[in-house]
Design a protein around this ligand. Structure first.
Ligand SMILES: [Zn+2]
Length: 259
């Protein structure tokens, strides 16, 4: 009987340690995996090509993107919803806001979202002042992200121009500075669907309708939203937007899926 009891206890202790061991292996390999995703100075040409050709793909994939954050009032709400829905998205962050709220960017990164570069100041007169200023806006943002997530020499490799490359604002400068982006091992991306949350104060239904009409008859979507509430608050309609896109057969990815 004593031997039996002893054995039982030994099995219990063994199992406890075994489970702890498995958990720590999972945890550490996840950290290594996350870090290795972007702790590289150069990206492959396949990655750049995939981003550049994203709108030509006929796969029903939705890349949700949130610009102009982080903001303490909206970004955490969006992160909560994405977590519940098990969706990885992309955040085009503003460097100076990253410096103000590094913990939010750290959380987004740890939860598997892609942290991309959307300038340091989001101020066109600074961004397009000259080549040095343009480069510095990108580098300062990468530095701020790297500090927030604890990675040296972080480069997001993916840039979004304020107002998008497609807008006519500073068009000549944009055409000129694309070369600078390439030299920095960067590519850029706009969007092909949006809910117009930065245009004016819309109701939830109007925001959803905007998404529905702008995504109609499109296969791969890059959806522009904002994780601020400067105009309309997309976090209020995110669940409905996800449900709608799922009902249309979309799956959700972010740019890590290209690496
Ligand atoms: Zn923006």
């Amino acid at each position: 009987m004593k031997i039996f009891l002893f054995k039982k206890r030994a099995i219990f202790i063994f199992l406890t340690f075994f489970i702890l061991f498995i958990f720590s292996i999972c945890y550490f390999s996840r950290s290594i995996l996350l870090a290795s995703n972007i702790d590289i100075k150069e990206v492959s040409s396949e990655f750049t090509n995939s981003i550049n050709n994203i709108f030509n793909s006929n796969e029903k994939i939705a890349y949700l993107s949130f610009d102009d954050g982080p903001s303490p009032s909206v970004t955490p709400k969006i992160l909560d919803i994405l977590k519940e829905e098990n969706i990885k998205a992309t955040f085009f962050v503003i460097g100076k806001k990253v410096e103000e709220h590094p913990e939010i960017v750290n959380r987004a990164y740890k939860e598997g979202h892609y942290i991309a570069n959307h300038t340091y100041s989001h101020n066109n007169s600074i961004l397009y002042k000259d080549a040095n200023s343009f480069t510095s806006e990108i580098e300062k943002t990468d530095l701020a992200i790297g500090n927030a997530i604890g990675i040296n020499n972080y480069s997001s490799h993916v840039f979004r121009f304020p107002n998008g490359f497609m807008s006519n604002v500073y068009k000549d400068k944009k055409n000129e500075y694309v070369k600078l982006l390439q030299n920095m091992d960067y590519t850029y991306i706009d969007w092909n669907a949006l809910n117009k949350d930065s245009e004016k104060k819309y109701t939830k239904k109007q925001l959803l309708d905007n998404l529905i009409s702008s995504s109609k008859n499109k296969d791969t979507l890059v959806v522009l939203m904002h994780d601020t509430k400067d105009v309309s608050d997309s976090s209020t309609v995110l669940k409905d937007s996800i449900n709608y896109l799922r009902s249309q057969g979309y799956t959700f990815k972010n740019f890590y899926d290209f690496k």
